[in-house]
Design a binder for this molecule. Structure first.
Ligand SMILES: Nc1nc2c(c(=O)[nH]1)N[C@H]1C(S)=C(S)[C@@H](COP(=O)(O)OP(=O)(O)OC[C@H]3O[C@@H](n4cnc5c(=O)[nH]c(N)nc54)[C@H](O)[C@@H]3O)O[C@H]1N2
Ligand SMILES: Nc1nc2c(c(=O)[nH]1)N[C@H]1C(S)=C(S)[C@@H](COP(=O)(O)OP(=O)(O)OC[C@H]3O[C@@H](n4cnc5c(=O)[nH]c(N)nc54)[C@H](O)[C@@H]3O)O[C@H]1N2
Ligand code: SF4
Ligand SMILES: [Mo]
Length: 675
């Protein structure tokens, strides 16, 4: 119950989530008493998701869980034996070690990884200025998530970061959600935005998740058969005379080159390749092809061996019917801050990169770190690589290298932090101001600090300002204040007010009318048109035009392991919250009943998924949502400290997608055996 003297502060959830919920923090006598949804928020209307409602009142406020002091390693790597030290001691020693390294090693042997810890603008991006100045190698964050999709859309349409505005749903006849799971990853979009729309909903996904179950049409395809399905849908659209020839002639290059494959992709041929009944292919194509339609391109869909080709093929649907550039039509992968005018190079300090800088793929992280010639130091911030990245056993071994100088900044003592020489405590989003540009809705939000940082923890930006000072760097951009950055970012948008106005509102819309994707029908590609036939992708080793590919079935008796987002975790964040742990129960492998029966197993049995790189012990759980041939194991479990402990990424051999060195984690296969 609220009492007199309570102060309510509006802020915004900075997790890597489509929703960017408005939050109301109740502060009582200088401490956070309760964290709840902000009822004034136009999109999320007063509720938080189940995971944040628990963890923001649990682990995030628990001084027993949070890191409060810088710590120096005193035991073996991985043992998590640390001793508290002062900031002065930690930063001086880190700077000394870096300077020594720089005297005889190339700065590119210093690696840094960062990603989804917080997606607020300053804490998410400002530390890049330090690493750019240092000349460190960036472990390209998107390669662990969504890079294949980004690169393909950029080449085809000129951008991957300006999608449909969600408010366009008012004008759409159809919403097609392809390889995304809003019921877990965008819970308010699932319940409110999709739930209240008039548009007919089609879902294409191997897993019958809650959004799929609530859809008007659900196409349960075999994993990795998306391109084939797209061609099948295009076949029906073409056969029924629904191609917009005038649009295709005026605004695309090379559509004629995909037509022979479209003609060949009859519903029967497509049904055989994808496992989707021919009648459903017909129905979905007619629904999508006969009016303005929105296409939600999920990030899960492109995490497959030919994820780039799958994305190119699916995106053709938005092109074929000619509605692109009109109300209620278009696709969305995500809406970057760029959509609202923000210059990302400013926040990351691109001008501080001496020679363009080097980067590697997350998929190569373990191999690179294992090699003393390529890796002398590792900084990890906003990232829990041991839980999230592939080649888990190799990565654990590489992190154990005594001569790999490792610094981890986090809120919690993660599995990765246990390997650090120094652990630097980060302040949580409750503890400082920042700006947030949600990546689905075209809004802008304030993150407002409600209490001072816990113990001696500091916001990421302040940690790296202080380290820059120790290094003796002189560039003013390394020291720019939070307020100056906020003001400059806000000035790039159309918003008239100042940060105080934004704080009072929480979240503001930036467009009077929701923008129409590609309204001008100008495309920032070499041809100025949509590049169905794409020479720049061809130069990267891709086919000139997308192909109706479907993956081969897994090896006899093996299962395709899908490891998408859990409804209880945010990547690996919250896995240390005790209430969430009890809600999740044991780590599970969800399977069709027939897959268990075939192996003489039953629900609740201890089982093992095993392949050429490792094995993970799980509890078998029967699920109607999972098709035959698939094992569903949610990502993000913390591993534990023993060398035998693992999560699902122990099975990830480091498969790359066809484009951009990006992850193909949903292409992993394994055999199921009793534990
Ligand atoms: N098998 C499998 N693996 C996957 C995926 C998959 O689908 N399947 N998905 C991949 C995807 S999409 C992604 S994006 C990655 C995500 O992987 P990560 O980016 O590693 O995500 P988290 O595991 O949540 O780690 C973020 C860490 O940042 C910390 N943190 C939070 N706020 C702050 C802060 O303000 N400062 C600092 N310094 N730290 C903070 C959190 O406590 C947490 O430990 O995982 C990938 N891994
Ligand atoms: N609760 C929660 N929310 C999150 C996250 C989280 O960890 N937990 N992570 C955040 C992050 S970093 C990201 S990138 C987004 C991801 O957001 P989404 O893309 O929605 O999430 P995923 O759950 O990774 O994958 C979506 C779907 O891809 C499907 N999929 C797998 N293989 C294939 C295939 O071959 N074809 C097709 N069509 N579909 C396939 C999976 O079955 C899954 O349902 O979510 C964000 N939101
Ligand atoms: S993780 Fe997403 S759904 Fe949950 S509170 Fe944050 S923004 Fe909202
Ligand atoms: Mo992601």
């Amino acid at each position: 119950m609220d009492v007199a003297g309570d102060i309510e502060i509006k802020t915004t959830c900075p997790r890597d989530c489509y929703d960017a919920c408005g939050i109301s923090v109740v502060v009582r006598e200088g401490e956070i008493h309760k964290v709840k949804g902000d009822p004034d928020h136009a999109v999320t209307r007063g509720s938080l998701c189940q995971k944040c409602a628990i963890a923001y009142n649990g682990a995030f406020l628990d001084p027993g869980q949070r890191l409060a002091f810088p710590m120096k390693r005193v035991g073996k790597k991985g043992d998590a034996a640390f001793q508290a030290v002062t900031w002065n001691y930690a930063l001086s020693d880190i700077a000394k070690r870096l300077e020594k390294m720089l005297s005889n090693r190339d700065p590119s042997t210093i690696l840094h990884t960062h990603y989804t810890g917080t997606v607020s603008m300053i804490a998410g991006w400002f530390p890049m200025r330090f690493f750019n100045r240092l000349g460190a190698t960036e472990v390209d964050p998107d390669t662990i998530c969504n890079k294949a999709g980004h690169v393909v859309l950029e080449h085809m349409f000129g951008t991957s970061l300006t999608g449909f505005d969600p408010e366009q749903i008012a004008h759409a006849k159809t919403l097609l959600i392809w390889g995304g799971n809003p019921s877990s990853t965008a819970p308010h979009m699932h319940s409110d935005w999709i739930g209240s729309s008039q548009a007919k909903v089609i879902v294409i996904d191997p897993i019958a998740h809650e959004t799929a179950q609530a859809a008007d049409l659900y196409l349960q395809l075999r994993p990795g058969s998306d391109a084939a399905l797209a061609f099948g849908l295009l076949h029906v659209i073409k056969r029924e005379g629904l191609l917009d020839r005038a649009f295709l002639d005026a605004h695309t290059v090379g559509f004629d080159l995909v037509e022979p494959a479209i003609d060949a992709a009859t519903p029967d041929v497509t049904a055989a390749k994808t496992g989707v009944p021919a009648g459903l292919i017909e129905d979905a194509a007619m629904q999508f092809g006969t009016g303005p339609a929105l296409l939600w391109l999920g990030q899960g869909m492109q995490r497959q061996p030919r994820g780039g080709n799958a994305f190119r093929s699916a995106a053709l649907l938005s092109v074929a019917t000619g509605y692109l550039g009109r109300k209620g039509a278009g696709f969305c992968y995500m809406n970057g801050p760029e959509t609202r005018g923000v210059d990302m190079d400013f926040i990351t300090g691109e001008e501080l990169r001496s020679d363009g800088g080097s980067s590697i793929s997350h998929i190569d992280l373990a191999d690179t770190l294992a090699d003393p010639a390529r890796a002398s130091a590792l900084f990890t911030w906003n990232n829990n690589v041991l839980a999230s990245s592939p080649n888990q056993s190799k990565l654990r071994a590489a992190l154990s290298r005594e001569d790999l100088f490792t610094v981890v900044s986090d809120l919690f003592l993660t599995d990765t932090a246990a390997y650090a020489d120094y652990v630097l405590p980060a302040a949580s989003f409750f503890e400082f101001d920042d700006l947030i540009f949600p990546y689905f809705n075209n809004t802008m939000s304030a993150q407002t600090g409600a209490i001072p940082p816990l113990g001696e923890s500091l916001p990421n930006q302040e940690i790296f300002r202080r380290l820059a000072r120790r290094m003796g760097y002189e560039e003013p951009a390394l020291y720019e204040s939070d307020r100056s950055i906020i003001d400059r970012l806000m000035s790039q948008t159309s918003y008239d007010g100042d940060f105080e106005d934004l704080q009072a509102a929480g979240t503001v819309r930036l467009f009077d009318n929701p923008p129409i994707q590609f309204e001008s029908l100008e495309f920032a590609t070499p041809s100025g048109k949509i590049e169905v036939a794409c020479e720049s992708l061809q130069q990267m080793g891709q086919p000139l035009v997308p192909e109706p590919h479907a993956d081969e079935e897994s090896r006899e008796g093996w299962l395709r392991v899908l490891s998408p987002a859990s409804p209880w975790l945010m990547n690996s964040t919250y896995c240390n919250d005790r209430k969430i742990q009890s809600r999740m129960g044991a780590a599970k492998c969800f399977l069709a009943a027939s897959e268990l029966e075939r192996r003489g197993l039953k629900d609740g049995d201890r089982v093992m998924l095993r392949n050429e790189t490792g094995a993970v012990a799980l509890e078998a759980a029967v699920s109607d949502a999972v098709p035959e041939g698939v094992a569903l194991v949610y990502k993000g479990r913390w591993l534990g400290r023993s060398h035998r402990d693992a999560n699902v990424n122990v099975l990830n051999i480091g498969l790359k997608a066809d484009v951009a060195e990006s992850t193909a984690v949903h292409g992993v296969a394994a055999e199921l055996i009793p534990a």
